[in-house]
Design a binder for this molecule. Structure first.
Ligand code: ASP
Ligand code: MG
Length: 422
């Protein structure tokens, strides 16, 4: 049993759907479950629609019309016969949203978000499954909400592993015995059968849950890059593909912000020792990256850049030492403001932290901290994390920068820095 996962970029248009259909058809033994995200950037559009509805904006119906048109254009390019049942099927999915939009919004915005945004995955999988059947593949559309069970934390459903694993074994396994299963990433359901989502970019995580539940032989994540690279080509001219990666390094890279794989993805497949292959859907026969339990040390240093960071330094007002009591107070404030710390360093009289800049959140946090502490801060700074660093790599990234903070452990170095002339 293999699991394939395709993200939004792979199905952003009809050519994309045809391409992934060809990849699915090539799968050697056809024992396959395919997990698919919403098409292109539709999840962003559906978020826009949700907020327009919740805030009573006038453009709600325009946004919905745009979303419909986007999908019907793809359907039109795949199914020339406008009498094909897929047209009605997709229309019915939209009718459900239209009904919801006619009601007054309730005071459960996160619940509403999940009911609307999840439709992106429902529709993309319907289109792909129907197209695969149309070209003679033994595909079957399956509703992920029958297998992935979560609590009712809308927008960030926590998986009930016990129930999920047992439903996957009991219901999903027989359903894909003689079929290629096509199912949704990103979504699950509560015990009352309400739809939940697993957090943005959660489709990789869904694929990992299915892989673990099915004890799959492998999981392949198909991307628009040739594999895991040692840096984001956006920031580096010369990047290298990493052919083999350990689970451990993959978790570390994802944790520090490499966007290649969702950080939650690795643990479930590591627990079951399932290899994760990262491959390019643009060059499906090329080598990519194999992530396994093998103890491969990363062959080359890897770089993870985060721009638009804030660096703040916190000092007790009475110049006393930063002690555990202060630290727990400070951490609590970060937690309450839902700010994730990217790097930190404490000294005798100060505690420094960097995090992603969000004007509103930063302002509120600083206001709260300033009640008990003196706070200095710097916006517009960059954070680079180097896994398997050496002095040469540090010099390379800091050439035209002022270093504001440097934190080193045995294998990882984090540097907060600012352009020399800014
Ligand atoms: N469609 C969802 C998102 O864009 C889930 C995913 O793509 O992984 O966040
Ligand atoms: Mg995505």
């Amino acid at each position: 049993m293999r699991i394939y996962k395709f993200g939004g970029a792979s199905v952003k248009d009809a050519a994309g759907v045809k391409n992934i259909a060809a990849i699915i058809k090539q799968c050697p033994d056809q024992k396959l479950l395919v997990v698919i995200s919403a098409m292109g950037k539709i999840t962003n559009k559906l978020e826009e629609l949700t907020f327009a509805y919740l805030y009573g904006q006038e453009n709600t119906h325009e946004i919905l019309a745009e979303i419909k048109q986007f999908h019907f254009e793809i359907v039109g390019n795949l199914f020339a016969d406008h009498g094909h049942p897929i047209y009605d099927d997709i229309n019915n999915s939209f009718v459900e949203i239209e009904w919801l939009l006619e009601e007054e919004p309730t005071d459960a915005p996160d619940y509403i978000y999940d009911q609307i945004v999840s439709i992106g995955e429902i529709i993309s999988t319907k289109i792909v499954a129907t197209y695969l059947e149309f070209i003679g593949t033994n595909a079957k559309w399956l509703d992920a909400r029958n297998y992935i069970h979560t609590d009712n934390t809308y927008r960030e459903g926590k998986v009930n592993w016990k129930k999920t694993e047992s439903e996957i074994q009991k219901k999903l396994l027989p359903a894909i015995e003689n079929h290629i299963g096509i199912t949704q990433g990103f979504i699950g359901s509560t015990s009352e059968n309400f739809t939940t989502t697993l957090g943005r970019d959660g489709s990789d995580y869904s694929a990992a849950i299915f892989s673990a539940g099915l004890n799959a032989d492998s999981l392949t994540i198909w991307k628009d890059v040739p594999g895991v690279l040692n840096a984001d080509p956006k920031w580096f001219d010369e990047t290298e593909r990493i052919p083999k990666l350990s689970y451990h390094d993959a978790i570390e890279l994802a944790y520090y912000g490499a966007t290649i794989i969702h950080p939650k993805t690795i643990k479930p497949i590591q627990n079951k020792n399932i290899p994760l292959y990262v491959r390019s859907f643009l060059a499906p026969n090329d080598e990519g990256t194999d992530i396994t339990g093998a103890k491969n040390h990363l062959p080359i240093p890897s770089f993870i850049f985060k721009v638009d960071q804030v660096l703040i330094s916190i000092f007790p007002k009475d110049f006393s030492f930063i002690i555990e009591e202060n630290l727990s107070e400070i951490f609590n404030l970060f937690h309450n403001h839902k700010i994730k710390i990217n790097t930190m360093l404490n000294s005798a009289i100060s505690f420094s932290v960097s995090f992603d800049h969000d004007a509103k959140k930063t302002e509120k946090l600083i206001a709260d901290l300033s009640k008990d502490y003196n706070v200095k801060y710097n916006t517009g700074v960059e954070l680079v994390t180097i896994r398997y660093y050496n002095q040469q790599t540090i010099d390379r990234v800091t050439a035209s920068k002022n270093i504001l903070l440097e934190v080193k452990s045995r294998n990882t170095c984090q540097i907060v820095m600012k352009d020399k002339n800014s």
